[in-house]
Design a protein around this ligand. Structure first.
Ligand code: FE
Ligand code: FE
Ligand code: ZN
Length: 263
């Protein structure tokens, strides 16, 4: 993955810790870790963002599934210590009819069980589209989870542009307002990463279908304002657009050109 990132002139990347729809993971080989650390150092690739499997649900009704989420994430965090100083992003979960309050309490309990005071990885809660019973479609919900976490310096937020748009935050017409609201509720100091995606659906649709940059309802100009925004421009941006490698190369070039306009 590191080599692919270098080949398209990326200076960071996101990866899945294991099959996004499963939970099995490969053994870690020390040679691989060393090779990656060298490559990352040579090409200034930092920070990398790991993404937890989608299927995990920390606030499932089923205790076995909650435990699976906890154990898988704890294992991922142990693995992340091989490449310290990076970040681990996860979808807070779906409360599946138990209510937001119950969901939030399960999620924060899990975080308190897996976070070790000395760990070198920051865990990111992802802003969600609010599809179905997803938690994290409102900034207040993420705030509530963070408030209940004991080691607060080990958690932060990853803002997904498609998700917040689908959740009803108008980043195309009112970016400053959305950022102000984020700051008031969560705090910009807790914003650690951006998932940069266009959306296949209009504002507030709660669908979560990503589009290529400039081919969705958010649009190229609005996403260019996101990468250039003074409160955001120093953050790492990760594309999750439906592309192959050449498409990512094109979008990175496109967004970097916009980013450079203001530097
Ligand atoms: Fe995600
Ligand atoms: Fe995302
Ligand atoms: Zn998504």
């Amino acid at each position: 993955m590191g080599k692919a990132a270098v080949s398209i002139h990326a200076d960071t990347f996101q990866f899945f810790t294991r099959n996004p729809r499963g939970t099995r993971a490969k053994e870690i080989k020390t040679e691989d870790v060393e090779r990656f650390l060298k490559l990352a150092d040579a090409h200034a690739i930092t920070p990398v963002l790991a993404h937890a499997p989608y299927i995990l649900n920390a606030c499932s009704k089923d205790e076995r599934l909650r435990n699976l989420a906890r154990d898988t994430m704890a294992d991922d965090l142990n693995r992340m210590e091989y490449i310290p100083g990076n970040m681990y992003n996860f979808h807070p979960g779906c409360h599946v009819g138990q209510g937001v309050e119950t969901g939030i309490s399960y999620i924060s309990q899990m975080l308190n069980q897996i976070i070790k005071p000395g760990q070198h990885t920051v865990i990111l809660l992802e802003t969600m589209a609010g599809k179905g019973s997803e938690i994290g479609g409102r900034f207040e919900e993420l705030r509530e989870i963070m408030d209940r976490v004991e080691y607060k310096s080990h958690v932060g937020v990853c803002l997904d542009t498609c998700h917040v748009w689908d959740g009803g935050y108008d980043i195309a017409r009112h970016l400053d307002q959305v950022i102000t609201e984020f700051d008031r509720i969560i705090g910009l100091n807790n914003l650690k990463a951006i998932h940069l995606n266009d959306s296949r659906n209009p504002l507030g649709s709660r669908k979560d279908r990503h589009a290529k940059i400039g081919e969705g309802f958010i649009g190229l100009e609005a996403l260019a304002r996101v990468v250039r925004h003074p409160a955001l421009r120093k953050l790492p941006f990760y594309l999750e657009t439906p592309n192959e490698l050449d498409g990512y190369a094109r979008e990175i070039g496109l967004m970097r050109k916009e980013w450079e306009k203001d530097s």
